[in-house]
Ligand binder design. Structure first.
Ligand code: FES
Length: 173
């Protein structure tokens, strides 16, 4: 039988890292819940932020989907740890502008990319995903993006809450 998946996919599928959940009400936890309309797969990825430094200190996921989506989220949770939210978002903005070309790329081409292209490029490359499975790694990118957005909104709300009351009152009037 031909081997369909790279050994890294099989490794992360059989031994997924960081499976689990954080308390979504924790102000330092960001939750990204995303779905792929084409296949119906769903991914929840959470990040935990250090209060002081704002760095991502932990990450976990639960994915109801294909092996490539499970492997992509497992790799993503490892990848984001120790990075700042700015770093994650900046890199992803760069990579997502290129993502339209994704369906035309082969994994061979991906592996030839410079190692400075990280996130989905790096995940797809690490897992040697074929073009038909690239959307699985893009799901992980969307989940990271949503998790960062969530925790940023929570922290902004918390920081502004001590003097936000008059503004809320004004909005009601
Ligand atoms: Fe849809 Fe993999 S087939 S996420």
């Amino acid at each position: 039988l031909p081997r369909l998946y790279h050994e890294n996919v099989i490794d992360h599928y059989n031994n997924p890292r960081n499976v689990g959940s954080f308390d979504k009400n924790d102000p330092n936890v960001g939750t990204g819940l995303v779905g792929a309309p084409a296949c119906g797969d769903v991914m929840k990825l959470q990040i935990k932020i250090d209060d002081e430094s704002g760095k991502i200190v932990d990450a976990c996921f639960k994915t109801f989907g294909c092996g490539s989506a499970i492997a992509s989220s497992s790799v993503a949770t490892e990848w984001v740890k120790g990075k700042s939210m700015e770093e994650v978002v900046t890199i992803k903005n760069t990579s997502s502008s290129l993502s339209h070309a994704f369906n035309f790329l082969s994994s061979k081409f991906l592996s030839a990319l410079s190692s400075s292209h990280i996130c989905i490029w790096e995940i797809a490359k690490h897992l040697a995903l074929p073009p038909v499975k690239l959307h699985c790694s893009m799901l992980a990118e969307d989940a990271i993006k949503a998790a960062v957005k969530d925790v940023e909104a929570k922290r902004a709300k918390l920081n502004g809450s001590s003097n936000a009351a008059p503004i809320e009152k004004a909005a009601d009037a």
